[in-house]
Design a protein around this ligand. Structure first.
Ligand code: DMJ
Length: 668
């Protein structure tokens, strides 16, 4: 007979076992025993020091870094075989004794360090000896990496009460339940430590901007290898329009004013004869102008936005009210193509047109947007939608047999359901439709059983140690073909989803949250890790466009097929890191953002900007002669915001369109 008894902590428990015969007269064998549950092998390390209670360590002072080993339940002390060194990414940190750590029987190892100046840096453990593979070392590094903060000596601040992690919006309850161990670092000190990186992102933006300004001013995009401009959107200076809100948020005043002069004097839609993507013009150009208006309240931007919207109205007013895919703004026509309508394109004009009505008081823009939403609804599918609908001149609109996805072709349709509600909180039907879709989302997600996960997590959240033991699985989000088969690929485009979920969780009323809170939060956390994984596991550290996923647990990434190897330096992971950091204050998200930024700096930077990359798994990277305007609008903006204090952009006051342009929300 074998008894399986599990216990979640290393402790003594009494167990009573009685074995009885079938008849009452039979002897009873009864045995009571105390059983000790011991810790398993060390699976985690935490780095602490008694000296950092006042918020960061003081520069120029020797501090002893104590590294504790923990078992998978968070119990300190399992013996650790072998010896380790403490590594750091800081060139200036003095680490005594080469950082060699030896763990005693209590699972503690010590090393003394000193920083000559204020800085934020990472430390991690590395096993000494050469019996460890690179993959093992990397896994150890990823599981042990910790950020340390050194601040300038400031006696006035010593002993100050640590403030809670930065949040401006009601944080998701489940997120708060799992906040990382409070490291006692004050919010201001954390932000100060990340400021140099925020400045580096700003400089990266400026590097690209200088290239665009010098070689492509007034053109839609810069070709950073040939140092020429190209007009991919009819020649409206798209990069300028798409960069406005980023420049304002970064405080690039002179550059912003020069761009404003372009908007006032040189922006000329009558030159745009070529048929261009209606969707892109709406989210980039109209969104860019509206974002600039929301941030500055300058009439100029609203007037030019209104002028553009008027030219776009016929393009989004087909007989079915679904938008035309391409349109000539100057000629006021589009060539009928018979191509299906893309769900994301039909569902991503509403925020911009409705914002125009809010700002101008003219209801006609909202009418157009609502008609398109009604046309999508008239297709008769709710929740998850197929990615294609009938072409715009087909009546009534119908869904076409096509895949279900959250990434390419679908993404911002879901995003705009939630965001229309944030823009107009009185209109709860948007929120309800978003919830309905999100409730169906697990069909595309693996591992599948989210409700079991949330039960485990609820148990885990009772103690911080247990919470850390139940890190969410690295969820993947795939696609499903029209016949219900899984398509085992994950798009980088779907990486906006964790941020969207977090934004929803932070804003949904309690009655909607219920059991969704824990489940969705874990989904957001686990998906974010997978998105970071898409970047981290390529040779260059840049994310491919998509990767295939193994169809069996643990559903790891499998490979990057040749068609998915390129990188446009897309923003979605940085976007989610920004939201997740904002709502949790968990520094992991900033560290991951830093890795992304470093990969961009190292492998995409060229003389006059940042180039798309042909194959993320080939180093040195071969560059492509293009720089998408969303790198200015989103990639650099989200990274900048991730490393900046929360007041750089108040999410209670603004909702960002799908191109990252902040639109003013109503006062609450
Ligand atoms: C951007 O134009 C927008 O974020 C859009 O929603 C999706 N594609 C790009 C960025 O990848």
């Amino acid at each position: 007979m074998q008894l399986d008894i599990e216990n979640e902590a290393a402790e003594w428990v009494s167990a009573e076992v009685s074995i009885e015969g079938p008849a009452v007269s039979t002897d009873v064998l009864q045995h009571t025993s105390r059983i000790q549950f011991v810790s398993g092998p060390a699976s985690k390390f935490s780095i602490r020091s008694p000296d950092n209670s006042g918020g960061g360590w003081t520069a120029q002072v020797f501090v002893e870094v104590v590294v504790y080993s923990e078992d998978r339940f968070g119990n300190q002390g399992p013996a650790v075989a072998g010896s380790f060194v403490l590594r750091t990414d800081s060139k200036s940190l003095e680490v005594q004794g080469g950082g060699l750590l030896e763990f005693d029987e209590r699972g503690e190892g010590r090393v003394t360090v000193r920083s000559p100046h204020a800085q934020s840096l990472d430390v991690w453990l590395e096993r000494t000896g050469n019996s460890n593979s690179k993959a093992q070392q990397r896994a150890l590094m990823l599981s042990t990496v910790q950020s340390l903060y050194f601040k300038e000596a400031d006696p006035g601040k010593a002993g100050a009460t640590p403030s809670p992690p930065p949040t401006t919006t009601k944080p998701p309850k489940a997120a708060l339940a799992r906040l990382p161990r409070d490291d006692g670092v004050r919010k201001e000190d954390r932000d100060a430590a990340w400021k140099p990186l925020a400045d580096e992102v700003k400089e990266a933006f400026m590097h690209a901007w200088r290239g665009y300004r010098k070689y492509a001013w007034g053109k839609d995009e810069l070709q950073p290898l040939s140092k020429k401009g190209r007009d991919s959107f009819g020649g409206m200076g798209m990069t300028i329009l798409d960069s406005l809100s980023t420049m304002w948020l970064m405080g690039l005043d002179a550059e912003f004013e020069e761009a404003a002069v372009f908007v006032e004097r040189d922006l000329d839609f009558s030159k745009c004869t070529e048929e261009v993507s209606v969707f892109e013009v709406i989210i980039r150009a109209l969104g860019g102008l509206l974002g600039a208006h929301s941030l500055t309240r300058r009439k100029l931007f609203l007037e030019r936005a209104e002028e553009l919207a008027k030219l776009l109205i016929p393009a989004v007013s087909s007989s079915s009210a679904l938008p035309w895919p391409k349109w000539s703004l100057a000629l006021g026509r589009g060539t009928p193509s018979g191509e299906p309508t893309i769900l994301a394109e039909a569902g991503s004009l509403q925020l911009e047109f409705r914002q125009l009505s809010i700002e101008t008081g003219d209801p006609s823009y909202r009418k157009v947007a609502d008609a398109t939403s009604a046309a999508i609804q008239a297709a008769g599918v709710s929740g998850l939608m197929p990615v294609y609908l009938t072409p715009p001149d087909h009546n009534p609109p119908r869904p076409l047999a096509s895949k279900f996805a959250i990434g390419a072709l679908a993404d911002s349709y879901y995003e705009y359901l939630l965001k229309q509600w944030l823009q107009s909180p009185g209109e709860v039907s948007w929120k309800d439709r978003w919830i309905e879709a999100m409730d169906e989302m697990p069909a595309l997600v693996r591992p599948k059983n989210l409700s079991e996960l949330s039960a485990g997590a609820a148990r885990a959240a009772k103690s911080p140690a247990m919470a850390s033991a139940s890190a969410p699985p690295r969820f993947k989000v795939m696609q499903m073909s029209s016949n219900g088969d899984m398509v085992w690929t994950m798009d980088h485009l779907s990486c906006f989803m964790p941020g969207m979920l977090a934004l929803g969780l932070a804003n949904l009323p309690d009655e909607d949250l219920k059991d969704r809170n824990e489940t969705w939060w874990r989904l957001a956390e686990g998906l974010t890790e997978s998105c970071v994984g898409l970047w981290a596991f390529s040779k260059s550290g840049l994310s491919p466009e998509f990767a295939t996923v193994n169809s069996k647990p643990p559903f790891d990434f499998k490979e990057v097929p040749p068609q998915g190897r390129y990188s446009f330096l897309r923003p979605e992971t940085a976007e989610s890191l920004f939201y997740l950091y904002r709502f949790t204050g968990d520094e992991r998200y900033r560290r991951w953002g830093r890795d992304i930024f470093r990969a961009i700096q190292q492998h995409a930077k060229v003389d006059v900007g940042y180039a798309s990359v042909k194959n993320v798994n080939k180093v040195p990277t071969e560059k492509l002669d293009e720089m998408q305007s969303f790198v200015f609008a989103e990639t650099f903006k989200y990274l900048f915001l991730l490393f900046s204090p929360a007041d750089a952009l108040d999410l209670d006051k603004y909702v960002l369109n799908t191109e990252g342009h902040p639109l003013r929300r109503p006062e609450r």
